[in-house]
Design a protein. Structure first.
Length: 256
């Protein structure tokens, strides 16, 4: 049991904590054994705990469909430690599994003794939320099948946050990447003969700059964020590998 908790505290969510804080959190964890079919939590329930998978495998199901697989070292439910909200998925064991649970009450007790814990934890959770949003968007793309496919694609892109009004791409600059909109929206502007016109708007789940994947021509338009937005950038040098792994997605990009 102690080994399970020690491994949980090695997770990147707790990596920045000092030794005293990590030691204090040890007593807050509970180790839970799960058998195939056991439900960790259900979609729609108000979350109050987070869980770190030590061994085994868990399925994440949303609206009746399996959208992700959780294995050793993975975390689910961490947002519940900061904001009590309804779970957006059901998580259950698909094989004998062991998880470490950190409850909201125990986390608050630790916060009272270590006030800086919240800031450190919030930064780590924010990064995980961005990654999770990207995972959800990627899982909806054509040609992306299994959770392993999703993970492979997510790991091949770079993350970029674009503040409201800021430019993602500028007309005339070199094309070296394509952007997948994870959140927010972008307006597309074209300047011809000294006149600038908005020709469209791109939102969640859509690609921007896909022609960079097939030719070396400069950007044909300027793309600016309508509001704070997040994109995943796929560099052209990564495209060939992606095309081999996800031919349907590669074809859809070219046809877009």
């Amino acid at each position: 049991m102690q080994a399970v908790i020690e491994r949980a505290l090695q997770h990147d969510l707790f990596a920045q904590l000092d030794v005293a804080t990590r030691s204090d959190l040890q007593a807050a964890f509970e180790v839970i054994d799960l058998q195939p079919g056991d439900v960790l939590f259900r979609e729609g329930e108000v979350g109050e705990s987070m869980f770190l998978c030590h061994s085994g495998r868990l399925a994440v199901e949303s609206s009746g469909a399996v959208v992700a697989s959780v294995g050793p070292g993975d975390v689910v439910g961490e947002i519940a430690l900061i904001v009590a909200q309804e779970r957006n998925a059901t998580v259950s064991a698909t094989e004998p599994s062991v998880v470490a649970r950190l409850g909201g009450d125990e986390f608050l007790d630790a916060l009272n003794r270590h006030p800086d814990l919240l800031d450190q934890f919030a930064v780590a959770v924010a990064e995980r939320i961005r990654r999770r949003n990207l995972t959800l968007v990627v899982s909806e793309l054509p040609g992306i099948g299994s959770p392993d496919d999703v993970r492979h694609f997510v790991e091949s892109v770079k993350w970029r946050h674009v503040t409201s009004g800021a430019t993602l791409f500028s007309q005339g600059e070199p094309s070296d990447s394509v952007a997948l909109v994870v959140s927010g929206a972008f307006d597309v502007w074209v300047t011809e003969d000294g006149e600038t016109q908005r020709i469209g708007r791109v939102g969640r789940g859509e690609f921007i700059g896909e022609m960079a994947l097939v030719d070396d021509a400069p950007r044909s338009a300027t793309v600016a964020a309508v509001r704070d937005s997040d994109v995943a950038l796929l560099e052209t040098r990564s495209y060939e590998e992606m095309a081999r792994s996800f031919p349907d997605l590669a074809l859809a990009l070219i046809r877009n």
